[in-house]
Ligand binder design. Sequence first.
Ligand SMILES: [Zn+2]
Length: 461
Amino acid sequence: MQIPLLRLQCGVNSYDWGKVGQESTAAKYASITAGSDFSIESEKPYAELWMGTHPSLPSKDLETQRTLLDMVQDNQALISTEVSERYGGKLPFLFKVLSIRKALSIQAHPNKKLAEQLHAKDPRNYPDDNHKPEMAIAITPFEGLCGFRPLAEIVHFLNTVGPLRKLIGEQAVGEFERVVKGSEGSEDEAVIQRNKDALRSLFTTLMQSTPENVEAAAKELVTLAESSGENFATSTSSPETNPSNAAELAALVTRLNGQFPNDVGLFVFFLLNFVKFQPGEGMFLKADDIHAYISGDIIECMASSDNVVRAGFTPKFKDVNTLTDMLTYSYAPIEEQKLEPTNYPYAILNVPAYSSGSSAVLYDPPIEEFSVVKTDLRRTGAKATFDPIAGPSILICTGGKGKITVGHKTEEVQEGYVFFVGADAECIIENTGSGEDDENVFTTYKAFCDLTGKEGMVNGD
Ligand SMILES: [Zn+2]
């Protein structure tokens, strides 16, 4: 039987928000395996490297130039019969590297049922009938917006940022304040539901502002940000994970206005958690969770789908009514969406790995389609042996040098190399770099699907 280790050639998308030319990690990685027809253009933005079987940008086996989709459909065993039957002969997940220069649209991804409806109604803007829960892990310092802020924080900004209050209007703001006052932290379900309804109504009013009103308010907002940034500080009760530095937040508003002048997103900013991640920190976004990425490079993993409902910071198709309808309106500090990695017990480290503080950690969102293991091997000869998994994996190296062995096949690994590892195969990775210092770290991310024990899971909804 063929040994299930394939080096993949992956393509990169050129969306406007991507980092430009050689600055783009996604482009660098694509160029490392691309055929001779790909070279990085110095002025062009490169946004997303795609690793998987999605037909919009399918990965190929480098050696034979066949698409991975073609290969797994030809040979079900590569992804396991169970996974193949459940996901129609495709990988259940899409793995990506994103290089973000300017903010992505404020967005949410539909749940399964809504995805089916949207796709049936408007297949051009909603190309898939699948849901798209997604996970992001920073590989360079990252900024983003994620979920609604705690209510006390929203009330605080409605009172300190004049142009925000003015744009939404005294009536809608007053109504919101009246409902949530004194119950911002309540854990009573009926009260939480009432508060979510109030938030929905506040957010919907904001999103329905006329372009003229948004433009006038944005001008006032930027003037305020440039003159007296102290209004932008979060309240003293703000959760520690939300950056509270007034000057930083004011500068960010000015930066975002430079990217998307007079955009309603500048105001949505005050309703959402602003987060900063260091490499290795990540978050999971359920279906219908609002978010926007602002800057940095990330590893992203999602159910294999390309459905996005957008409402701001974008020149693309916006569907404000669908977005305001679909959102969960959960309001909570970012800690609740952050995904803390845990020790991964199915990779055995050898002595050099163990003694050098090497690690294999698991990011495991509550869905069946994917999990991700990050491995840092911190010394030459440090090795991790992964138990076979009853499903497919895709591995990418983001730093250092090493090798990967599956069965009798061993391949060299460098930053940007991507491999497919078939189901039920043991996989060994080893640091072959030189030096003893912090520079010699062989880092890989491995996305995989293993349905064992996940029978009762409700697809992330
Ligand atoms: Zn998204």
